[in-house]
Design a protein around this ligand. Structure first.
Ligand code: ADP
Ligand code: MG
Length: 251
């Protein structure tokens, strides 16, 4: 118990730190990006009107600017994710209806899902889990968006994101299965590391699964992944159900 408390405190202070860092980074980052944007616009205009920076050197400068802008965009995305991460790590827990949370996440991710796959739900009645509802929402939203992003846009036919729940030996098990690109074997043990991503700036930061891992660990659960490249991926989340103390909620 002591160890868990220390871990939870560490999470909370990490959250506070992340919020502070995110705030401090936002200001200088936004003027850096707006200056870079300005320079890019000016250079294009100058090249267009023959005032300078045409030719190979001009092209190099414009490419350097483009890289700086996409690097900056990545930092913007990361700061946004850090803010989400910092939110609510010390919020209260209560009994949460997992299926209601999954429905909500499905709706929130619908704009990502609708052009890629059918969303199929297969809920086996499960008991509530003692957790923080919005943290659980973050967790499943991340998994659903990852599932959607693994499937090519516009390819709905034959593609499926399958969300199921079941109860097994004191645990609620939520499985999110997709028919996406899959995960190469050599990436499997890096998935939960912060900042591991195979997505371009503006799409992914590599923080999603590390946040998921944190949320699940806080609840004493675990996450497992199975994947077949070219076929699809299944993430399974196992969350312990703590029985209510005697005298509460009984028959
Ligand atoms: P992000 O989505 O921002 O890249 P995540 O931590 O959520 O960060 O995921 C890390 C990486 O794991 C992704 O970039 C992707 O390569 C891989 N991944 C996660 N979920 C899936 C999935 N359902 N199918 C295929 N690859 C996935
Ligand atoms: Mg993600």
């Amino acid at each position: 118990v002591q160890e868990k408390l220390v871990a939870a405190e560490r999470m909370a202070s990490l959250g506070t730190l992340a919020a502070g860092v995110a705030h401090e980074i936002n200001n200088p980052l936004s003027y850096t990006l707006s200056n870079l944007n300005f320079m890019e616009d000016e250079l294009s205009a100058m090249a267009g009107s023959g005032e300078g920076l045409q030719g190979a050197r001009g092209q190099e400068v414009r490419e350097a600017l483009k890289e700086a802008l996409s690097g900056g965009q990545r930092v913007v995305d990361i700061v946004k994710d850090l803010k989400t991460f910092s939110r609510g790590s010390d919020e209260q827990r209560g009994p949460v209806d997992i299926q209601a949370v999954l429905d909500l996440c499905g709706n929130m991710a619908w704009s990502e899902i609708r052009h890629r796959a059918r969303l199929v739900k297969d809920y086996g009645g499960v008991p509530p889990v003692q957790a923080n509802e919005s943290r659980l929402g973050q967790l499943f939203l991340n998994l659903l968006i990852n599932a959607a992003q693994a499937i090519p846009h516009g390819d709905v036919a034959g593609n499926e994101i399958h969300v199921s729940t079941r109860y097994e030996e004191g645990q609620v098990v939520v499985a999110v299965r997709d028919t996406g690109v899959g995960i190469p074997e050599e990436n499997l043990d890096k998935l939960f590391h912060a900042f591991f991503t195979t997505k371009p700036a503006g799409v992914g930061t590599g923080l999603g699964l590390s946040i998921c891992h944190g949320i699940i660990t806080e609840l004493g659960g675990r996450i497992a992944v199975q994947s077949e490249p070219g076929k699809g991926t299944t993430f399974q989340v196992f969350l312990p159900v703590h029985p209510l103390p005697l005298g509460e909620g009984g028959g």
